[in-house]
Write a protein that binds this ligand. Sequence first.
Ligand SMILES: [Zn+2]
Length: 281
Amino acid sequence: MGDFTRFAFALLTRSHLLLAGCARVLGRCRWFVVLFLRHRLGEVQLGDSMDTYDWTCPFCNRGATITTESVHESTTIMTLRNAEGAQALESSFIVCPNSKCKRFSLSVSLLSASQNEHNRWEARKLIQTWQLIPSSQAQSFPAYIPKVILDDYSEACLICDLSPKASATLSRRCMQGIIRDFWRVKPGRLVDEIAQIKDKVDSLTWDAIEAVRKVGNIGAHMEADINLIVDVEPNEAKLLIGLNEMLLKEWYIARESKKTRLSSLVQLAGKKDDVKKQNKT
Ligand SMILES: [Zn+2]
């Protein structure tokens, strides 16, 4: 992790509200938007140590704090003469800490490599990452969420590394589907639909939704003005996927579990009432 990123995280810890405001003002400064989203989505949990981080298991969907005990990483350096120069291959296993799951995820990354001042080979710049197990990072969501929304979400996950721009476009459409279905907004341009829910959701969520709309727009309208093309990095496409996951959980799943809790309360109250009536007669 670069010094700048570390510095930015330190700043975020102190005043992420302030930074969220900055991100809005500096709409074009994507670093801030990316950092803000990463913090907001819990992808990076700012704690005392950067050795641990929050993670959601793709198999059991449970959140867990990952420590070094759950991770196995190794690096191979390829120094054979070739057109691209020395390469590093990093593999990373993460074992789910949940005792009922314990499944492992596996990803590999290719990086450039060079020697440091002590002639030791080190991995440098990330070239590409492949998620091998499971093959897609899509989480499983309950069937009461409309299928068309879940299809866009799964496809955005599947294509994330291969085509971040296409993935961002799908994430944007997925988010539009969520907003239309969940909030019953009047259909129109996404920017207007988002404006309709401004007073219904908290301001941080709203800012994150706006950020996704802006990045997703690049994919959706890239033919309209070639000057507008800005590459969407795979990690940015992943953040957009993360936002949709957050909305699905905080809106659909939270509403459903509230419904379940309340209806069991009503049933319980009904039973007590029946007992009371029986006792009277
Ligand atoms: Zn698990």
